[in-house]
Design a protein around this ligand. Sequence first.
Ligand code: KIV
Ligand code: NA
Length: 261
Amino acid sequence: MAVTTQQLIQWKQQGRPIVVLTAWDYAISQLLDAAGVDILLVGDSLAMVTLGYPTTLPVTLEEMLHHTKAVRRGVKRALVVCDLPFLSYQESPQQAIHSAGRVLKETGAQAVKLEGGYPKMAQTVAQLTAVGIPVMGHVGLTPQSVHQLGYRQQGKTADEGERILQEAIALYEAGAFAIVLEHIPDDLSMRITGKIPIPTIGIGAGPHCDGQVLVTSDVLGLSDRMPPFAKPYVNLRQVITQAVEEFSREVRERQFPEDVN
Ligand code: KIV
Ligand code: NA
């Protein structure tokens, strides 16, 4: 059965952890979906891992739509969520509705994700959910603010932790169906997870979240740099290099293709 936003809240109630990975094309999405991943996030991290930009800031809404369409074609069961890229939603709730509306209408994704909390983004989330667009929030380390925050852990002081908790509560009250908690201390993500009835999806936020997300190229060992909290489960850079070297050698030594005539 296809995953829905309502189902995620049930899973939180049942204590069933939610599995989330990022996706950016048809082939990867087919594999992740068939392997049973619950949510495929077309994260704007694709700016860095797929498009080679130094930060997530340059990726455009058009590029996100293009990748999300490809992902959607590979998916039968998972919920597909598309990140709204930098400056496609921050100007006004109207701009956010326009951008998120394009995601749902043009790609077939079921939800959008945006970064930030109280008060501005909570108002935007309220307006998006009021017109029927499911929204996933994202607080803590928000990479679209890299030039202010860097990639450092957030919420280490009591004040900062309290602010992030309040942001998460405001996003829940505005109608978000889930919230990503990125790179914050374990005890803070535990507090947030206990406080709000919607699922928290952690990345570098410890084991107490309702679900976990990683960037798929980090999980597969495809990335040329990785955050400290990522875990490679296979080294695809090595696997691919070996395969390509073998192909190259066979071509140069005229072993491929074999003569079948
Ligand atoms: O863009 C992304 O990949 C993300 C996840 C890391 C949550 O936002
Ligand atoms: Na993102």
